[in-house]
Write a protein that binds this ligand. Sequence first.
Ligand SMILES: [Zn+2]
Length: 292
Amino acid sequence: MITLVRRRATLCALGTLTAALAALAGCAGETSGEVGRPAHPPASAAAPSPPAPPTLAPGPSGLTPVFENGPRSRGRTVALTFDADMTADQGPRAAAGERFDNPALVATLRRLKVPATFFMTGRWAEEYPAQARAIGRDPLFEVANHSYSHHAFTGRCYGLPTVPAARMRADMERAFAAFRAAGVERRVPYFRFPGGCYDQRALRALAPGGVTAVQWDVVSGDAFATDPAAVARQVLDGVRPGSVVVMHCTRSAAPTTERALRTIVPELRERGFRFVRVSEQIGAAGSVGVRG
Ligand SMILES: [Zn+2]
């Protein structure tokens, strides 16, 4: 499978070994998104208030806009993003002792004072409500939506079960509801597709929700990694001004991420990078109006 690894490969499917391996092969369902249209206030009830985080204006035909990275020419900012993956049917595995959380990672971000954006599944918030609440009340962090179920929003995405188009928005809204139930305060109206897999149909289905879809331009490779130095190297090699890095806050499937951070954070600071949340990058993209 190694020869099939693509730059965009990410951790998407934690349900089965087959799916997990497939996750390393990349995502066939992606399309490119547009960056840098003017920011506008979010219209969705999903958005917290006040102050409302910036979102991008809708794409062509009113489709959900897609953000991949911030401006390249407005200073050395980088957004670390952490997907808190848990699939709807993984409750029994959690009950059996598998850990889909990663408290040490959160503690390290706090110790190093690194702002970050968590893309949390609703199922994760239900499993770990105290952690979800604590992350969601910490001014360092913001909590975005990674669906409720972590099922696929396209037909083929790492072997994940597929969410029917008619249920896509409901799946997203169910995650926001889970965040509210857990007491997550710093919710932002951003959505990351499970596996990063999306198409026009998915963008249309979510459009009434008023979210901005958030992809990335740097894959950390932390999914199922065993060598934190390799993860750190991949991130350090990939980061440019405005980058969005995708990592994971799921210990069982991304066990080296916390250790990798201990290298990544000081090294990027040494290079003059400033860590920001995705909301800051989206705000900057909207005000600059440039394609990333
Ligand atoms: Zn995910």
